[in-house]
Design a binder for this molecule. Structure first.
Ligand SMILES: Cc1cc2nc3c(=O)[nH]c(=O)nc-3n(C[C@H](O)[C@H](O)[C@H](O)COP(=O)(O)OP(=O)(O)OC[C@H]3O[C@@H](n4cnc5c(N)ncnc54)[C@H](O)[C@@H]3O)c2cc1C
Length: 439
């Protein structure tokens, strides 16, 4: 492979550029180094930037420590069944960067990436890189998704996204409306309620899961039964599968289950999706009972699948007994309106999801909504993505999902480099033949 040639101090020509030094970019760096591919990892901040700067204070992984593994590296600490805090995750990833010896250029923001001369031109605030392959490992959770109703809120309600939220002390005193009931929404509603503030949570489609089932972490079952390995080209509707929200799980030392029933017990007011605002009246959908019934149904299907797996593996006696959980105790006719004039809302926290930031991507690989068009992470010849929801497998966006994906895409990238080298050699040979015959 070609050696790195420097143009100035910080830029040059290299076989591959990886954008982002989170776990995905570093895992790709590991695989590229295995294949002897000269590359750089460009990082706007520092290694594991998102875990150091974009998470709330109390966040712990919802995946247990034994599941924190990357190519050639895994958690080896004293608490495999525990759940790392964000700062510990950042240290884990920084340790990985050292282990890999990744060629990270920190403090280097990629400002544009364009197709150029059969490869890519990557502009940064510290110079231009040229490469034959590029990997977008800039994170699936770069920018918050805020629903359009946000523009019609009455005055006097402070709003912040989950990415801006750090802790409850940051909020004014008074009712907090948390919009969204996936892992983030539930965790924030739980924490804010514990701070003594009245909390309402607006709930749409969600995935309910117990922390422990039959004596084991639910993640253990998701791994063992092969659910996390389901591939993007095997599911019926991948577009829908990629939109499935994160499961209602929290990583806590006591390994507790956090679901809507747990919030109801704490006195959280549970309403349907926030669908509109008229004057001071916040309107919620009447679909709450349906969404909860659907989540309960899917939960039971999952537990049945686990039970069946135990029977087939003849391990039913080796684990705790099968159980079913109480249905979500929602009102069949929940309230549909919260009038902020009568019941003031101090703060709204948008826990409505995050999406990748591709504002700097100039290659024609985005759809009308700015989403990356890709086939299992391959966006264009020599252009790859990492870490997206259900990108190649159900586990793709998790720490433990990086390994299989970077091995698949790393091999593809190497083949692409070989193909493009062959092509270049052929072109060079043709042009020298042409020059000779002309001469
Ligand atoms: C709230 C939350 C909780 C999560 N909990 C879990 C969990 O429990 N278990 C689990 O396995 N996963 C979890 N995840 C999912 C996943 O592990 C993280 O999103 C992870 O950070 C993704 O890693 P990544 O390397 O793909 O992206 P990131 O960690 O986001 O890394 C991307 C890097 O790219 C850099 N970057 C971005 N744009 C540019 C640019 N233009 N130029 C240069 N650099 C750039 C960023 O600074 C960042 O360092 C969670 C995610 C979130 C948001």
């Amino acid at each position: 492979m070609a050696a790195v040639t420097r143009i100035g101090a910080a830029a040059g020509t290299v076989d591959a550029v990886v954008v982002g030094a989170g776990h995905s970019g570093l895992a790709m760096s590991y695989v590229l180094a295995e294949h002897g591919v000269e590359h750089v990892v460009l990082e706007r901040g520092e290694v594991a930037h998102s875990w150091r700067h974009e998470r709330w204070d109390s966040l712990r992984l919802l995946t247990p420590n034994w599941q924190s593994r990357l190519p050639g590296y895994r958690y080896t600490g004293p608490d495999p069944d525990g759940y790392m805090e964000a700062a510990e995750v950042a240290d884990f990833i920084a340790g990985y960067a050292r282990y890999v010896g990744a060629p990270v250029r920190s403090g280097t923001t990629v400002t544009s990436l364009t197709a150029d001369d059969g490869g890519y031109r990557v502009e940064t605030d510290r110079g231009v890189w040229r490469c034959r392959a590029a990997v977008l490992a800039n994170g699936a959770h770069g920018v918050p998704v805020v629903p359009e109703v946000a523009a019609r809120l009455p005055n006097g309600i402070r709003t912040l996204t989950a990415a801006e939220y750090r802790n409850a002390a940051q909020l004014d005193w008074g009712r907090v409306l948390v919009v969204g009931a996936s892992a983030t929404g539930l965790q924030l509603a739980d924490e804010i309620r514990r701070s003594g503030r009245p909390v309402t949570i607006a709930v749409g489609e969600h995935i309910r899961m117990p922390r422990l089932y039959r004596g084991r972490d639910i993640q253990w079952w998701l791994e063992a039964t092969g659910i996390l390995d389901e591939r993007y080209d095997e599911v019926d509707d991948i577009v829908r599968a990629r939109r499935v929200p994160s499961p209602q799980l929290v990583g806590s030392p006591e390994r507790r289950t956090l679901d809507l029933n747990a919030l109801l017990e704490q006195g959280v007011d549970v309403v349907g999706r926030l669908v509109g605002v008229i004057g001071t009246r916040l309107q919620f959908s009447g679909s709450l009972a349906n969404h909860c019934a659907m989540a309960d149904l899917k939960l039971n299907r999952l537990l049945e699948r686990i039970d069946d797996w135990c029977v087939r593996r003849r391990m039913s006696d080796a684990v705790a007994e099968s159980e079913r959980f109480a249905p979500t105790r929602v009102d069949a006719a929940p309230r549909l309106v919260l009038d902020a004039a009568k019941e003031p809302v101090a703060t709204i926290v948008w826990a409505t999801g995050l999406k990748p930031d591709y504002s700097w991507l100039q290659a024609p690989v985005l759809d009308g909504k700015g989403r990356l068009r890709h086939d299992g992470g391959i966006a264009a010849p020599g252009l790859y993505a990492l870490g997206l929801n259900f990108m190649r497998r159900r586990r793709s966006s998790y720490l433990h999902g990086a390994e299989d994906d970077v091995r698949d895409l790393g091999s593809h990238l190497v083949q692409h480099l070989h193909r493009s080298s062959r092509q270049r050699r052929k072109l060079a040979a043709n042009s020298s033949r042409w020059r000779t015959s002309e001469g």
